[in-house]
Design a protein around this ligand. Structure first.
Ligand code: AMP
Length: 174
């Protein structure tokens, strides 16, 4: 099993991207390294194998990179939460506030049945605004959120508090 410090060594910190003052966590070197990428998916798979999940809910677009192989490894469904206008059939939709302006996320209305046990997956937990919008979408669908899982959590932005009472798991904490 890969250790968090082995993964951490691969993360590239990119200052002032996409704008001044942001220290961007570039996880692409993990995806490029087969041992690290497989090891990362196995860390999540190990944690959730006994959880009797019905689906992994992945957030566009970097959440898809983690969510798709994880759903396949667990043998559960994959639900795609997408930017507006991408999903062809009726959706639940949530608009949430960003630092400047708003953003919207959508999920097919029939993707998650009431009572389904689901896991939210994304690459980085920052302020938690994005994952909170997804937990609201899952609330619209009356799903049961087992946990929200991330590769990296930026603890100083308190996203974990924003998501409460949903439990949060992150492999790497900053
Ligand atoms: P938030 O809604 O603030 O939690 O932001 C979460 C989304 O923005 C995630 O999907 C991340 O991909 C991205 N993000 C925010 N801050 C960073 C960062 N410092 N490095 C990499 N990605 C980030």
């Amino acid at each position: 099993m890969i250790t968090p410090s082995e993964l951490e060594r691969l993360v590239m910190n990119v200052p002032d991207f996409p704008k001044p003052g942001i220290m961007f966590k570039d996880l692409t070197p993990i995806f490029l390294n087969p041992k690290a990428f497989q090891g990362l998916i196995e860390v999540f798979a190990e944690r959730y194998r006994g959880e009797n999940l019905d689906a992994v809910v992945a957030i566009e677009s970097r959440g898809f990179v983690i969510g798709a192989p994880l759903a396949a490894a667990l043998g559960v469904g994959l639900v795609l939460v997408r930017k507006p206008g991408k999903l062809p059939r009726p959706t639940h939709r949530r608009t949430y506030a960003l630092e400047y302006g708003t953003d919207t996320l959508e999920m097919h209305q029939d993707a998650v049945r009431p009572g389904a046990r689901v896991l939210i997956v994304d690459d980085v937990l920052a302020t938690g605004g994005t994952a909170k919008a997804v937990s609201d979408l899952l609330g619209d669908a009356q799903a049961q959120i087992v946990e929200a899982a991330f590769v990296a959590e930026l603890g100083f932005l308190s996203g974990r508090k924003r998501l409460a009472p949903t439990p949060v798991f992150a492999v790497l904490e900053y």
